[in-house]
Structures are given as structure tokens and as C-alpha cells.
Design a binder for this molecule. Structure first.
Ligand code: FES
Ligand code: FES
Length: 161
């Protein structure tokens, strides 16, 4: 039987404590225990990026991290970033560029895009492609996603290309 461990973490600014099976991964915990279903589960092997969340400021694959490893740490999900307005310009740009179709990849894609635009404001189009290369999209062909992220980068730079 899987051992359970008491775990306390901060999720989207709120502290939560749960007894968690030692082998439960972080994205399953967020979805099944906390009802935060914005983080999606695709490959479950760290390949597709659908499960991307932020832990202590760094983006991670939620399917590759055990929930108990988040003990004492700060986790942000697409719900938290969306509620805080941190993603508002990226969400608007994705909408305006039709950078989503089925939407399955979109939460992870937005988390990864936000990580880029916040940390690398001078990022180029090639940098965007490189940074998002671990987030798979089966629908859009990526061009609209790259256009949307580039627009936000330029806008946050005050219009400088
Ligand atoms: S579900 Fe985690 S990378 Fe695909
Ligand atoms: S919009 Fe469908 S997988 Fe990206």
C-alpha cells in the first residue's frame, strides 16, 4: 500500500494541508484533491507540457514532480495567474490571434509563455519558439501562438520591436 504523508504547501496564495499518497504526482493532486482542473494531463511522461505549473517561481512539469515534494513550497496554477491578472495580456493576445483551438495545450502554453515574457523581456521570435518547444500543440501549427507571445513582448517593451 502506498504510504501517505502530511504535506503543507501554498497553492495560489492559500495554504493547504493534506495527507497525500507518497507517489501521487503534483498535477493529479492539484486536479483531484483541490479541483484545480486547469492544469491538464496529456502524456504523463514530461513530454507534452500540458501539466505545466509554477513552483517557487519556476515552471515545472506537474506530472514529473511528486506532490509531497511540494511540501513547504509555493505552487501557482493557471487559475491563480488568471485570477491575479498576471496573464491578462497574454490571454487577450491568444484570443485575438486565434492561438487556441481545442484549448488542451493552452494553460500550459500560457504558463510557459508568461515565464518567458517575465524573465526575458528582450526575447526574440526564435527565443519564443525555443522556450515553447516543450509545450506541444496538436491544433494550431504554432504560428498564431508565436505571434501572440511576440505581440505581448513588444507591448510590454512599450512598442519597441
Ligand atoms: S502531462 Fe506532464 S508533460 Fe505531458
Ligand atoms: S489548441 Fe488544441 S492542442 Fe493546442
Amino acid at each position: 500500500m502506498d504510504e501517505a504523508l502530511d504535506t503543507t504547501l501554498t497553492v495560489n496564495g492559500a495554504q493547504v494541508t493534506r495527507r497525500i499518497p507518497a507517489r501521487m504526482n503534483l498535477v493529479d493532486f492539484l486536479r483531484d484533491e483541490l479541483g484545480l482542473t486547469g492544469s491538464h494531463v496529456g502524456c504523463e511522461h514530461g513530454v507534452c507540457g500540458a501539466c505545466t505549473v509554477r513552483v517557487d517561481g519556476d515552471i515545472v512539469r506537474g506530472c514529473l514532480m511528486l506532490a509531497v515534494q511540494a511540501n513547504g513550497r509555493k505552487v501557482d496554477t493557471i487559475e491563480g495567474l488568471s485570477d491575479s491578472g498576471e496573464l491578462a495580456d497574454l490571454q487577450r493576445a491568444f484570443h485575438e490571434h486565434n492561438a487556441l483551438q481545442c484549448g488542451f495545450c493552452t494553460p500550459g502554453m500560457l504558463m510557459a509563455a508568461q515565464d518567458l515574457v517575465a524573465a526575458h523581456p528582450q526575447a526574440t521570435r526564435d527565443d519564443i519558439r525555443d522556450h515553447l518547444s516543450g509545450n506541444y500543440c496538436r491544433c494550431t501549427g504554432y504560428h498564431a501562438i508565436i505571434d501572440a507571445v511576440e505581440e505581448v513582448l513588444i507591448s510590454r517593451r512599450g512598442g519597441k520591436k
